[in-house]
Ligand binder design. Structure first.
Ligand SMILES: Cc1cc2nc3c(=O)[nH]c(=O)nc-3n(C[C@H](O)[C@H](O)[C@H](O)COP(=O)(O)OP(=O)(O)OC[C@H]3O[C@@H](n4cnc5c(N)ncnc54)[C@H](O)[C@@H]3O)c2cc1C
Length: 50
């Protein structure tokens, strides 16, 4: 038990998405906050994790 039950992840790029997946698998709720709409620029938001 970590004592943490939810985490806010800032940024929905590959690092943020991977972090949210890892947290969820560890039983910690993760909410991603992304400032841009998906696909508006050519960075990690164009990448996806299955
Ligand atoms: C043109 C281009 C092409 C690339 N092509 C490849 C490729 O073919 N293969 C490859 O492996 N890598 C490629 N890269 C590199 C790859 O995109 C990066 O290494 C990777 O995206 C980094 O992931 P990241 O999650 O750290 O950052 P990012 O992908 O930049 O994600 C960070 C996210 O956080 C959001 N954010 C920032 N500040 C805030 C805030 N205050 N509140 C809310 N949201 C916020 C941003 O909008 C962004 O969506 C390319 C990069 C560029 C620019």
């Amino acid at each position: 038990m970590t004592g943490i039950d939810s985490v806010a992840v800032i940024g929905g790029g590959i690092a943020g998405a991977a972090t949210a997946i890892a947290l969820t698998k560890a039983g910690i709720a993760a909410t991603i906050y992304e400032s841009r709409s998906v696909g508006t620029e050519s960075t990690g938001t164009m990448l996806t994790l299955g």
